[in-house]
Structure formats: C-alpha cells, structure tokens
Write a protein that binds this ligand. Structure first.
Ligand SMILES: N[C@@H](CCC(=O)N[C@@H](CS)C(=O)NCC(=O)O)C(=O)O
Length: 213
C-alpha cells in the first residue's frame, strides 16, 4: 500500500511526511500549494473543502487535519513505536499535547499568518497579528513548562508528538514578532534533537539550509 500526501514546503504536510519516513512506509507526494490565490485540484477539494494541507489518502480512505493524521498514523503503525498505545499511561498526555498543539499553538499561528479569518476589516488585521504573536509566547510557555526536564515531550520515549513540536517551531519568524525557539529552553532542547534525525534531515533539508526563508 502506498500513501498519497498532498504536499507543499513549509506546510504541516512536512511533519506528516517525516512521520511516514519514520514509519518506513511507501508514500507518494502530490504537489499542492498554500498560496491562497492558486486553485486547488478538484480531488484535493473533494477531501478537504477548506483547501488546506495536509491531506492524506490511502487504499480505502482519506482525511485531513494534521493532528488527526498524526494520531491516525501513530495508531495504524504500532510496529514503529511512535505513539503510546491506548492502555499506556502516557496516552492521556499524548492526546492532550497534540490537541493543544492543534487548537492553541496552531490557532495562534493562524492569527499571525491569516488574520483576515479573525477580523472583519483590513485595518484590524495588524491587531490580530500582534495578539497572535503574544499568544504564541503564552502557549509555547505552557508547553515548555509541561516538558520541564523530560527527555522527550512524553518522557523517556520519542514519539510523533516530538516531530509535531519540531514542525511547529519551524514556523516561528522573528520578523513577524514571534518569540524565538531559544526563549523556550525545553522546547529547544527537543527540537535540536529532532532535527538530527535522518527523516528530518531529508524532509527539512531546505529549511535547515535557510531557517528564515
Ligand atoms: N487545522 C488545520 C490547519 C491546516 C492549515 O492551515 N494548513 C495551511 C498550511 S500549514 C494551509 O494549507 N494554508 C493554506 C490556506 O489557508 O489556504 C490542520 O492542522 O491541518
């Protein structure tokens, strides 16, 4: 079976691709875009009418939402040992963290990158962006404190949640008023370990060469 992943550089589809690499499963990238002026294919829109990435397709199904795809792949490939099983004590923290990433940290990124979705008029957009930057600082601090001195976000074991954390740090931009990853030493410690993995070196090659792009 070969997964199909609708894909674009710098989007959340990169995190999903790292997970597919870590699992070691066969996949095909379908080049798409995050450019809102470029129409998406009817096939992509039929699965995700929002037009967003990532979108994952397999033999008898398809889905969108990065955190949901992350959980789906972690559960579907238990042999890769990248997610706590349902009866693992770390499972609750795992689900909590991925949902927090999706609905709090990503929401703050949305305020910064897509302010028009949150306010009625163009003149209010810079205020939404400023609040997004501040919200990023607040929400990353919660995650930094949650990690504390743990080796990985869930404790002793590397998981897809660490890949997700790394992916989110790649979206932080100084010129947008975002905090730097350095402000969150525990987050940075994990991101610095994740970036050394061969899967990440492959998928994030161009970002690693130029993180400010
Ligand atoms: N909640 C969605 C958000 C997806 C999202 O915003 N994707 C961005 C790229 S990371 C995108 O496709 N942006 C283009 C657009 O908004 O049209 C998820 O986590 O999958």
């Amino acid at each position: 079976m070969t997964y199909k992943l609708y894909y674009s550089l710098l989007s959340a589809s990169m995190g999903v691709r790292v997970i597919l690499e870590e699992i070691g499963v066969s996949y095909e990238l379908i080049q798409s875009t995050t450019d809102r002026t470029v129409p998406r294919s009817p096939e992509q829109m039929a699965i995700n009418p929002n037009g967003w990435l990532p979108v994952l397709v397999w033999d008898d199904g398809a889905m969108y939402e990065a955190a949901a795809i992350t959980m789906f792949l972690g559960d579907r490939h238990p042999e890769a040992n990248l997610a706590p099983k349902v009866d693992d004590p770390a499972r609750a923290l795992y689900l909590q963290t991925l949902v927090y990433f999706s609905n709090s940290i990503q929401n703050a990124f949305q305020l910064s990158y897509y302010p028009d979705r949150f306010v009625d008029s163009a003149e209010d957009e810079s205020s939404a962006q400023k609040r997004g930057a501040r919200r990023l600082r607040e929400t990353w601090k919660v995650i930094d404190d949650q990690i504390g001195d743990k080796e990985w976000i869930l404790g002793d074991h590397f998981s897809v949640a660490d890949i997700y954390l790394f992916m989110l740090t790649t979206w932080l931009r100084k010129e947008r008023g975002h905090p730097a990853t350095d402000e969150f030493p525990n987050v940075k410690r994990i991101a610095d370990k994740v970036v050394r993995r061969p899967s990440v070196q492959l998928v994030y090659e161009s970002w690693i060469a130029d993180p400010e792009r």
